[in-house]
Design a protein around this ligand. Structure first.
Ligand code: 13P
Ligand code: SF4
Length: 303
């Protein structure tokens, strides 16, 4: 049944010249039918370069918005209309305008997990895989990092030459992991390496053998000679790694590391988008696209 639906999706997307992008956190059966999979930075670059006129984003709302900003002439459809990122909604444009008054000489760096309305007021975007490189290339010493204080703290620690101002925001899924979970996992698997996403709290990250984006974690585990890994990011990454590296062992750092929004996309959602009966088409005023694109273009230029 799943195979039949996948075959029909592959047939339809080829017939209609439609590209499917899938973030690494969505279900494995969706990644299997996608043209591109990966972390948010990789997907945003591929969406820009892709030749097809229609893109289906299997991920969350800000990722589809990012595709639209980069390719305004394309039709961009979010496969699961209800898939948002709670972190992206944490700061409103009005709040940022007020913050900028408090920090007038700061370069505003926004994690890409933000709304287009917020991006209009930011100087440069970063993703988890590009944050360090981009922040190191910003000329200004003063950086106001929004909204993820954990990714921001990671940047602050690695770039002591910068004056990084953080705000109180973050991913509710990653930030919920406690240091005790690390101690328990390490006690249960003493030979395993700990790989974590920088959205985790500093007290979790400090125990890590590697800190990086979802693609970074996958690449590290695939290339490593080690045989056991504790995976500190969304649970699908541990599952995916177990599937592609059957000779190694992967343990989720916490079984609560589940992003319900990323998991809301189903194969039926993708099929309905292809038949024109589902999904959410992303539309934004031209002026908003123009203003929000400034910080995304800057990210692609520096990253
Ligand atoms: P990546 O930048 O690793 O794709 O992360 C996106 C995300 O939403 C992580 O929670
Ligand atoms: Fe947003 Fe966290 Fe889900 Fe990523 S894992 S989409 S940051 S809520």
């Amino acid at each position: 049944m799943i195979k039949d639906l996948q075959a029909e999706i592959l047939r339809l997307k080829k017939e209609k010249n439609i590209t499917i992008l899938a973030h690494s956190y969505v279900a494995e059966e969706i990644q299997e039918i996608a043209d591109y999979t990966g972390d948010s930075f990789k997907l945003s670059q591929l969406a820009q370069q892709d030749k097809n006129d229609t893109l289906i984003m299997c991920g969350v709302h800000f990722m589809a918005e990012t595709c639209k900003i980069l390719s305004p002439e394309k039709k961009v459809i979010l496969s699961s209309p209800c898939a948002g990122c709670p972190m992206a909604e944490q700061v409103s444009a009005d709040e940022l305008i007020e913050l900028k008054k408090q920090y007038p000489d700061y370069t505003v760096v926004a994690y890409i997990n933000t709304t287009a309305a917020l991006k209009e007021h930011c100087d440069v975007c970063v993703t988890s895989s590009s944050a360090l490189e981009i922040c190191s290339k910003i000329e200004n010493k003063n950086i106001l990092f929004i909204p993820d204080c954990n990714l921001g703290a990671f940047v602050k620690e690695k770039l002591p030459e910068k004056n990084v101002q953080l705000i109180n925001g973050g991913c509710p899924v990653h930030a919920a992991v406690k240091e005790q979970a690390v101690l328990d996992a390490k006690a249960a698997h003493p030979d395993a390496l700990l790989l974590v996403h920088p959205e985790c709290k500093p007290e979790v990250c400090k125990h890590a053998d590697y800190i990086g984006s979802t693609s970074g974690i996958v690449d590290y585990a695939v290339k490593s000679d080690a045989k056991e890994f504790i995976i500190g990011t969304e649970i699908s990454i541990a599952e995916h790694l177990q599937y592609i590296c059957p000779d190694k062992k992967f343990y989720p750092l916490s079984k609560n590391l589940i992003c319900a929004d990323m998991k809301s996309t189903t194969l039926v959602d993708v099929y309905n988008c292809l038949t024109g009966n589902g999904g959410l088409e992303i539309n934004m005023p031209d002026e908003q696209i123009k203003r929000a694109s400034v910080c995304i273009d800057k990210m692609l230029e520096l990253g």
